[in-house]
Design a protein around this ligand. Sequence first.
Ligand code: NAD
Ligand code: IPM
Ligand code: MN
Length: 348
Amino acid sequence: MPLIAVLPGDGIGPEVTEQARRVLDTLNLELTYEEAPVGGAAYYSDGHPLPERTLDVARRADALLFGAVGDPRCDALERQFRPEQAILGLRKELELFANLRPARLFPGLEDASALKPEVAGAIDMVIVRELNGDVYFGEKGFRKTAAGRREGYDVMSYDEDEVARIARVGFETAKVRSGKLCSVDKANVLETSQLWRDVVIEVSAEFPEVELTHMYVDNAAMQLVRNPGQFDVIVTGNLFGDILSDQASMCAGSIGMLPSAALNGSGKGLYEPIHGSAPDIAGQGKANPCATILSAAMLLRHSLGIEEAADRIEAAVTAALVSGARTPDLGGTLTTSEMGDAVLKALG
Ligand code: NAD
Ligand code: IPM
Ligand code: MN
């Protein structure tokens, strides 16, 4: 029986994960679950944001359902003890280098989007974000300059193999969608990005059926707001993908709507909403659980191959939204668990 590691984490993480679990439980799939602490919660219970017992479950599991990590009380801790190290550590430890972040406007959410309804209505894209490299994992530190001033540094780098493997995921994703791939970089300024662009072009020879374009990240940020319908699949680095996906979420209605899958090519994956622990609304029942529920659907599809159940969950979220179910981020008044109820009701 497949084993799912459930890592609720901090803030709204446990609240949204609970709703995704209810949805999975209702489907009566043959799955086993093991829950483990992660993030600030794990720091306080076990002394480390990613304790050995959590890593052990993560390694044994067929897939991981992750809530969110982050706790303002931990902001002053030495970096290795901060909650965010848990998600970074899992991505690295399990070599989850490919992050799929689908952004689409669900029917009826035009008025929740920050964009004009007719502009927002066209949003249906996947951001393929590299997750194991870039400025996130380069050498970093603090030092004193020759003049005795404090200096912080984080080295941005990619090697060609790292770029080639994420490029292939981008092309494969585009191949089964519209056949259009847009690679986003900053090759006009950064050597890292010049290599990125060169390697993406080299890999494109393996995918003659996919039309490749390139865009600088600053322009991409602007185009996402001006005409998001032009994008189908975007492939980009770790930092640019992080920023552009938060932006795309708001174009599509709310950050509470975007799920994600972090994959390593083996079938195993970590599934989480793209949002964080939202300390400003934690514990108030205001969080939108849809992103996490949709992440559970991605888990069933990508790691367990249970396509039909994944489709059912996505259809139920759509039906709940069409029926008018809305949490406050979407302009409604439902609580997190009432939104879960609406999805369960639509599941029948
Ligand atoms: P955030 O995504 O937690 O919140 C940003 C804003 O969006 C807040 O106003 C929040 O209330 C709102 N929001 C987020 N999710 C929502 C939901 N499901 N429903 C309704 N509203 C929602 O980003 P932040 O405030 O910059 O970060 C808070 C903490 O989360 C930080 O510690 C950060 O490092 C962490 N973080 C973790 C992850 C992760 O675990 N993968 C992702 C992003 C941020
Ligand atoms: C995300 C988050 C993380 C990231 C942080 C919490 C490390 O913003 O999952 O999008 O930057 O990747
Ligand atoms: Mn982010």
